[in-house]
Design a protein around this ligand. Structure first.
Ligand code: NIG
Ligand code: FE
Length: 365
């Protein structure tokens, strides 16, 4: 009998002699569903504009929201498919994907539906995150936007979840000065928790707000960015433990303070990596993310590998199926055209030469 996974036939014997076999990579934080790139903002940032200058002037996330609202589900799916297939070619077999460029019930659900279609049709696993509180819509206050997320968006997402039309794992909020404050973020996360979602949100990125302490008090499974995390925040994450999802592309592009990764690891915080793929940080490659994590944040190569496999899977609650090569897990692996795995990170920016085969659930894809 021929074994198949989606459109791919299972190969029985592959000769990998002289090469290296690694677990498939896991990307713990991405914003992959959107229309309208922001290449024009790249030069603005190089000329000195900050992320918040651009956001407050109506660009940034707002620019992407306008384009994403106008796009149809089919258009968004076409864009998402290209991006996910490029991630897969770069070795990613499980990716977290957020909504967050709709900012109203109809458009947030449109984004989540596009992710569901990708789960059905593409040979890559996706963990969906509802991020209706990713920005404050231009015509609302943060208080009004919070109310809208609580009374309109979450109930509708959960209604569709109960009907089996959506499979959302986590809830996210951009907890940041000038976006959602601590109280608003806490309310949204608590409502998500009550609805049965995992908590996995943007904390202490641009300014220190003690978002991490708030997240730890709610038992958040993961928190992302953390450039501005406090000492108390590190201790609180270690205690839970909550997975720190570190996003080197954003820190690099926005020239942010490096997150205190060494201290986190020393204190026992599990550290994971994500590409943070979004229109601000257009990176589809986890090997490049690993390279940045090593060079910019002082991670060792083995730490970067753990962070891009089993710890990233744990950030998504998928450590029983993904993130390592073990009996009983999915057969997701990479065969590298190299005698040492470190070539994947060392030969930066040219992953597809190094990654000879990507194998997803036993099938070459
Ligand atoms: O993780 N900080 C909020 N969200 C994204 C950026 C999204 C955007 O700029 O479109 C991030 O960096
Ligand atoms: Fe993000």
């Amino acid at each position: 009998m021929e074994l198949k996974y989606k459109d791919h036939i299972v190969e029985k014997i592959i000769d990998a002699s002289g090469r290296t076999v690694l677990p498939g990579l896991v990307d713990a934080h991405t914003h992959p569903v959107w229309a309208g790139d922001r290449v024009h903002e790249f030069s603005m940032k190089l000329a000195g504009a900050t992320y918040m200058d651009i956001y407050e002037a109506g660009g940034g996330i707002h620019f992407t929201v306008n384009h994403t609202r106008q796009a149809t589900e089919d258009e968004l799916y076409g864009l998402l498919k290209q991006r996910l297939m490029r991630m897969l070619a770069n070795g990613t077999v499980l990716v977290e994907g957020k909504s967050g460029y709709g900012l109203d019930t109809e458009n947030e659900i449109k984004m989540l539906r596009v992710l569901e279609r990708a789960k059905r049709e593409l040979p890559i696993d996706i963990s969906s995150t509802f991020c209706g509180a990713h920005a404050v819509p231009k015509n609302q206050t943060a208080e009004e936007a919070t109310e809208n997320v609580l009374t309109q968006q979450i109930p509708e997402v959960m209604r569709l979840q109960e009907m089996g039309e959506l499979h959302v794992d986590s809830i996210d909020v951009f907890c940041e000065k000038g976006v959602f404050n601590i109280d608003q973020s806490r309310k949204i996360l608590e409502a998500g928790r009550q609805a049965g979602l995992r908590l996995n949100f943007h904390a202490d990125e641009l300014t220190p707000t003690c978002g991490t302490e708030m997240g730890a008090s709610l038992g958040a499974e993961a928190m992302s960015h953390l450039e501005e995390i406090s000492q108390e925040g590190i201790a609180a994450m270690a205690l839970k433990p909550s997975v720190a999802v570190i996003l080197p592309t954003t820190a690099y592009l926005l020239r942010l303070k490096p997150p205190p990764v060494r201290q986190m690891i020393n204190q026992g915080v599990p550290v994971a990596l994500g590409s943070d793929f979004n229109p601000n940080a257009h990176c589809l490659s986890m090997p490049l993310v690993m390279n940045l994590a090593c060079v910019l944040f002082g991670m060792t190569l083995p730490e970067a590998l753990v962070a891009a496999t089993i710890n990233a899977a744990a950030a998504l609650g998928k450590q029983k199926t993904h993130g390592s090569l073990e009996v009983g897990k999915y057969g997701d692996l990479l065969i590298l055209n190299a005698p040492r795995w470190e070539h994947l990170v060392y030969q930066m920016g040219d992953n597809q030469q190094i990654i000879g085969k990507v194998i997803k659930r036993g099938c070459v894809v």
